[in-house]
Design a protein around this ligand. Structure first.
Ligand code: S3P
Length: 166
């Protein structure tokens, strides 16, 4: 199988970056995060891209970054929470080992709260979260080869569960 050893998907704030780093350490491979790639490539934050250009432009930039990382990276790859909205991206994930880190809505609200750095949650986080989860849960499940629930677990425990699921 070419491409990353493992791809992490799941909602914002679920711990993809933290768990991804732990997983990479334990597997002895590199870690990459498409949000970081986008910010480095654009020289501005994701929040700034949303404000300056709107979500559709961000999604186009994200799609390119995700496709590039899927070809270039062979370690652990964490994707931004909305990357799976794109049909071509979901198709590309078809041949990959994909771990979906899941959490329930109340846990999501508790972990992220009102979050200005995350443009999709800047107003009424509980309502936004419900809508986001309803729209996306089935997409995460569609691409996942394993589902690891994170509620009530530490990042170390989640990383171990993800390792066990590989
Ligand atoms: C988004 C998730 C964020 C980031 C952007 C949009 C989303 O990534 O890409 O704010 O649509 O869920 P994280 O999941 O890494 O926070």
């Amino acid at each position: 199988m070419s491409g990353p050893l493992v791809v992490l998907v799941g909602p914002m704030g679920v711990g993809k970056s933290t768990v991804g780093q732990l997983l990479a350490e334990r597997l002895g491979v590199g870690h990459r995060d498409t949000d970081d790639d986008i910010e480095a490539g654009q020289g501005r934050t994701i929040a700034e891209i949303f404000v300056d250009e709107g979500e559709p432009v961000f999604r186009a930039i994200e799609k390119q970054a995700v496709h590039r990382a899927l070809t270039e990276h062979d370690g652990v790859l964490a994707l931004g929470g909305g990357a799976i909205l794109d049909e071509d991206t979901r198709a590309l994930l078809g041949g990959q080992r994909v771990v979906y880190l899941s959490m329930d809505v109340e846990e999501a609200v508790k972990r992220t709260g009102l979050n200005v750095a995350r443009p999709l949650l800047a107003v009424n986080p509980r309502k936004q979260w419900r809508e986001l989860m309803e729209a996306r849960r089935h997409l995460y499940e569609e691409v996942a080869t394993a589902v690891v629930p994170t509620d009530g677990r530490t990042p170390e425990e989640v990383a171990q569960a993800a390792l066990d699921a590989l």
